[in-house]
Ligand binder design. Structure first.
Ligand code: SF4
Length: 371
């Protein structure tokens, strides 16, 4: 891997960083996934010596976090850097195994131009569907159309926070950051217009101090606009401003996962939900019987992300939001009957002791201790 001739640095558009899971999938890194999970989306990230100009409190790439950009972990894993040409060769070799490529922007002045160029280069070599995880703050009118012309077919908008107050606190004035809540929702609306209904969606992260009610309202708002939510569970990143914050309780995350699925699949509507005095979901607006049938499928607890050519979720992000183990948050594969039984226990539907294994107990204690 040699540095680019122009800057002498390994920077985009000639180079990209990729998630450790993607590097394993393409054979750049050795490793095995827990329960033989498989990743179907190659998650790429723009890379510049200067790094990201934003300062989001929970993000490993934050400009406020000490260290060189290339050395900063992201979503708790390393993201090694590779020559884009080599990456395309490896994807071509793997054919239909790779169902999608996602290019994540960072807040940098060269990011818009380089995103368009990288999409065009990917499209010129591969027929793999391409998502762009955009940075709304630096996008100008026409940029989303340019990404589409260059070959992208879906867009993600990482709103992340469920309320304007939390957004301001963790991404805006609260951290001296450039991002604004209204700009992110505007960008989602623009992306749905340019890419079409269902081809753009927000990322939301559970566990940032929002109530379940506030999160469900944000998910419904996106659904009413035509978008589908990609759900994440907060997972502290060492060295970030929120490194000491624990993940949300597992029962909270399970209820919000279920709510997201019911809303996005139009099986219920937030206006039919009811909440307790602390804003926790008390009723999903479905009969007990129907709710049980939905839970029994396990589908609500799978990773929600961009789909591939086969219509299934390609961006399944194995173990990006929790440790690999029985208490994983987003299932990157269909949950088994045992998994669904465990999920019911986690939601408090069945006493936690019923049918638990030693490993369950150990993991549950570790999980509750937020380790
Ligand atoms: S869900 Fe995955 S593929 Fe889609 S925009 Fe988000 S990170 Fe990218």
């Amino acid at each position: 891997m040699e540095a680019s001739k122009t800057t002498g640095l390994t920077e985009s558009p000639h180079y990209v960083r990729m998630s450790l899971a993607a590097a394993m999938t393409l054979g750049f890194k050795r490793g095995l996934f827990y329960r033989n999970a498989r990743l179907y989306c190659i998650n790429l990230l723009l890379t510049y010596e200067q790094g990201c100009a934003a300062r989001c409190a929970y993000c490993g790439l934050s400009g406020k976090r000490p260290g060189t950009y290339g050395g900063k972990s992201f979503i708790r894993v390393t993201w090694p850097t590779y020559d884009l040409g080599e990456v395309m060769d490896r994807i071509a070799e793997r054919g239909r195994r790779v169902q999608r490529i996602c290019l994540s922007m960072i807040t940098s002045k060269r990011a818009v131009e380089d995103t368009e160029e990288i999409c065009a280069r990917l499209r010129s070599r591969l027929d793999t569907p391409i998502s762009v995880l955009v940075s709304p703050t630096i996008l100008r009118a026409g940029d989303l159309r340019a990404f589409r012309r260059a070959g992208a077919d879906k867009v993600g908008v990482a709103v992340d926070l469920a309320t304007p107050e939390l957004f301001e606190l963790y991404r805006g004035k609260g951290v001296g950051g450039p991002h604004r809540w209204t700009r992110y929702w505007e960008c989602l609306a623009e992306a749905l217009e340019v890419f079409g209904q269902g081809n753009a969606g927000p990322h939301f992260m559970v566990g940032m101090g929002e109530t379940e009610e506030e999160m469900c309202r944000a998910i419904q708002r996106a659904r009413d606009m035509g978008g589908r939510t990609h759900l994440f569970s907060f997972y502290p990143e060492a060295g970030s401003a929120l490194e000491h914050r624990p993940p949300p309780p597992i029962d909270q995350y399970r209820r919000v996962q279920l709510a997201r699925y019911l809303v996005d699949e139009r099986l219920s509507h937030e206006s039919r939900f009811s909440y307790d005095e602390e804003g926790r979901i008390a009723d999903f607006g479905l009969s007990r019987g129907n709710l049980d049938l939905v839970i029994e499928t396990g589908e609500p607890f799978r990773t929600s992300g961009c789909t591939g050519r086969d219509g299934h979720v390609a961006c399944n992000r194995p173990f990006a939001n929790s440790r690999p183990g029985p208490h994983m948050r987003n299932y990157p594969f269909p949950p088994t009957a045992d998994d669904v039984a465990r999920i019911r226990r986690q939601m408090g539907q069945v006493p936690m002791t019923a049918g638990t294994t030693q490993e369950d107990d150990r993991e549950f204690r570790a999980e509750s201790a937020g380790s």
